[in-house]
Design a protein around this ligand. Structure first.
Ligand code: GLA
Length: 402
């Protein structure tokens, strides 16, 4: 159960005056992993779990925010904010303030109470949802109604302030998702096309019980995959992945033919042992094709094809890009053994969650199977945090905010 943000606000800051609400959901990516930062389309959906910020505008430029479990933070909103201590949640507030100020200048600050029913560090994008909701609170307190495009111009970049160099998928879906739909997110120019999810399709988000902290080693691995893909692209003589030809055979082969022609063995593409750059390239072009095929499968209600594509995506993330881990692989296997139609790691990988796809009617059996086959070995398994039924919800721009 989510706490009432307004009640929490009044408890923390006093019961005088009106409060407003800004809300942003977490997300689960259905398919299109490790390609958003290369400007390629991805297909996530928003969850019904979210961050809520009850806020009141101040007359000065201070920002004060409280979050149960994380404490109260207060700072002056000045130009060129510097990060707070590494790992402190104040960094997300500062990231939002810095992003907003970069586009609209310094504004009036807010008092804010933050509540969430999104499990943190589970790969469900709770940190992006916090930055989205807090930015919207700052803007609304100043009567600024920003468009999706304007927000996408500041938010992904703003998150880099916290030290992660992700793509724009999380912010796009948290802003622009529609109830009952997945979102085909395109970049350059950014757009979000809702695609209805058939009513009898069901999804679970299952935690591998291995936490993938977005700091330290995982961050380095993530950034390395991004750098490898970019290096391969340039070696092959392309300026962007969007230029890689979609050949009559497979985009992968097309890329390698181009590589053999333009760059030869220099990039290690034509050699015996694939380099990490070559692997990253292969994953990215293959995954982009799977997103296209999965979009078609979704639009034509073709569940078997959709499920197969999820499995192919997982195999590529595991064997080619190498961002899975034994826990995630076992979880995906357990899901398939329990009657799922498809499953794959979701998000950055190295731990975190898998998305499990099955007919809605089969979800209870898949859930039971996962508990028996996977979670029974984990004494700290908590179904409310580790095994969620994912219903496609609306994004921040389409949620009712009374
Ligand atoms: C993280 C990032 C996203 C995306 C995924 C991998 O979740 O925040 O932008 O790059 O990893 O697909």
């Amino acid at each position: 159960m989510r706490a009432d943000p307004r009640a929490y606000f009044q408890e923390t800051f006093g019961a005088f005056g009106e409060t407003c609400l800004a809300t942003a959901p977490g997300r689960v990516n259905l398919i299109g992993e490790h390609i958003d930062y290369h400007g390629l389309p991805v297909l996530p959906m928003a969850l019904r779990r979210r961050i809520e910020v009850a806020f009141r505008g101040r007359t000065d430029s201070r920002i004060r925010a409280a979050s149960a479990g994380y404490g109260v933070r207060e700072f002056a909103w000045t130009p060129d904010l510097t990060p707070a201590a590494a790992g402190d949640w104040e960094n997300y507030l500062r990231a939002a303030a810095q992003a907003v100020a970069g586009r609209w200048g310094l504004l009036r600050g807010i008092d804010a109470a933050v509540v969430s029913d999104l499990p943190p560090a589970a790969g469900l994008s709770s940190s992006s949802a916090l930055i989205v909701a807090f930015s919207l609170a700052l803007l609304r307190a100043n009567n600024i109604h920003a468009t999706f495009e304007e927000l996408m111009g500041i938010l992904p970049e703003g998150e880099h302030f916290v030290g992660t160099r992700g793509g724009g998928m999380d912010h796009a879906v948290s802003l622009a998702a529609r109830e009952g739909c997945a979102v085909l997110v395109n970049f350059e120019p950014v757009s979000a096309r809702p695609i209805p999810i058939p009513g009898d399709w069901g999804f679970l988000v299952a935690h591998s019980m291995k936490t993938a902290e977005k700091s330290g080693a995982v961050r380095e691995e993530y950034n390395a995959r991004r750098a490898d893909g970019t290096a391969a692209l340039h070696e092959l003589g392309f300026a962007s992945f969007r230029e890689v030809p979609w050949s009559e055979h497979s985009a992968c082969n097309a890329g390698f033919r181009a590589g053999a022609r333009d760059a030869g063995t220099k990039a290690g593409m034509a050699g015996q042992r694939p380099t990490p750059q070559c692997d990253a390239f292969r994953h990215v072009v293959g995954e982009a094709q799977r997103v296209r095929a999965a979009t078609e499968a979704l639009e034509s209600h073709n569940a078997p094809a959709f499920g197969r594509l999820l499995l192919e995506s997982h195999a590529s993330l595991r064997d080619v890009l190498k961002v899975s881990c034994p826990e995630l692989d076992r979880l995906v296997e357990a899901a398939m053994d329990s009657g799922a139609t498809g499953a794959r790691l979701t998000g950055a990988g190295f731990g975190g969650c898998a998305v499990v796809f099955a007919p809605k009617g089969a979800l209870p059996a898949v859930r039971e199977g996962l508990v028996a086959r996977f979670y029974s070995a984990h004494p700290d398994f908590d179904p409310d945090r580790h095994l969620l039924t994912a219903e496609p919800g609306a994004g921040a721009l389409y949620l009712e905010t009374p």
